[in-house]
Design a protein around this ligand. Structure first.
Ligand code: AKB
Length: 339
């Protein structure tokens, strides 16, 4: 008998850390973890198995199909927006071809198991693209269907992979004689900027938020690469994990969309700065906008409408802005750098 597991790609990344901890400690799940980087020592005992490998390695993925019964996939691996701009073609390979490989694996698994395999796909506000800061200010909370004109390779990849999820759900091999469904139960969330107290992000463009806090707590000076008036939606990591788990558990018949917005609070960079300076009065933070990265953030919405998630699967963040900073981020980040 093959062992039943949940596969997590990009396991060593920001979401992976909290997701693995939650799934093992609260839900006793067997986790098959995959990442190109070594897994943090403290996560290793929590996983059934860790494989250091690449989602572009089809031989490796084929071996996983043979060895495990994968009931769900959290496909977290991707190259984020800033890093992707330095090598867009490589980003496309990892973000799109990697996702396609995982979708293929899910189809095979569903075929073997004779039941759907859940495919949880974290998309991003980078899937949106507003043409100007005036349009951004006017747009307010935008719905999943509006302004889907990304200006980054990462955003294009995320939007396209959402479409792939739709294709595998509704039109997979539509000309085949047997017309059998793919067996993939695809569910996706467009995340805002995420802030973790445990890890620091690498290669994103919403990173100025978490970087400000982590640098201040570590006593390191920080140059914030966006203007003080820049506004983006953000979310504390525990809420991001909660959103993934809640969407995974939602009854299929309640879901009217394949892709859902979620959000929690949306401070300007100045508001971020004020909160961080109040908590760490000796911090040295300067605003030194980088025009190119500013341009990316200006194309992302200042707020998103997450009412469909609230309606269909009861989405509600546990952490508003005050609680996120006072009860989660500031104490945990301060403790992290004291030790
Ligand atoms: C990034 O900045 O690339 C990510 C994202 C918004 O998806 N944090």
């Amino acid at each position: 008998m093959r062992k039943e597991v949940v596969l997590i790609t990009g396991a060593n990344g920001e979401i992976g850390h909290d997701l693995i901890t939650h799934l093992t400690e609260k839900e006793n799940t067997n986790i098959l973890a995959l990442d190109v980087m070594p897994l943090d020592e403290e996560l290793r005992p929590k996983c059934e198995r860790f494989i250091q490998g690449d989602i572009l390695d089809n031989m490796l993925l084929g071996r996983l199909v043979a060895e495990y019964e994968i009931r769900a996939i959290y496909h977290l691996a991707s190259i984020l927006s800033t890093k992707a701009e330095f090598n867009p073609e490589t980003a496309h390979k990892v973000n799109v071809e990697g996702t396609l490989n995982l979708l293929r694996l899910a189809v095979e698994q569903a075929g073997w198991q004779g039941r759907p395999v859940k495919f949880l796909y974290p998309s991003s506000i980078a899937a949106y693209g507003l043409p100007s800061i005036e349009a951004k200010a006017k747009a307010g909370k935008i719905t999943e269907e509006e302004w889907c004109r990304p200006i980054t390779m990462y955003g294009c990849n995320k939007l396209y992979c959402e479409h792939l999820g739709r294709y595998y759900t509704t039109n997979y091999r539509q000309l085949a004689a047997d017309q059998s469904p793919s067996g993939i139960d695809f569910r996706s969330i467009r995340f805002p900027g995420l802030i973790s107290a445990v890890t620091t992000p690498t290669g994103g463009t919403s990173d100025y938020g978490p970087e400000m806090i982590h640098h201040a707590a570590a006593g390191k000076p920080y140059n914030c690469f966006v203007r003080p008036d820049t506004r983006l939606p953000f979310m504390a990591m525990p809420d991001a994990v909660k959103a993934l788990l809640d969407l995974e558990k939602a009854p299929k018949e309640n879901l009217t969309k394949l892709v859902y917005n979620v959000t929690s609070f949306n401070p300007t960079a100045q508001e971020f700065y004020d909160i961080v300076m109040k908590a760490f009065p000796k911090a040295v933070i300067n605003f030194v906008p980088d025009d190119a990265r500013q341009g990316i953030v200006d194309s992302w919405p200042g707020d998103v409408d997450d009412s469909a998630a609230a309606r269909d699967w009861g989405w509600k963040p546990d952490y508003n802005q005050a609680r996120a900073f006072e009860e989660y981020l500031l104490p945990a980040v301060a403790a992290r750098y004291q030790s």
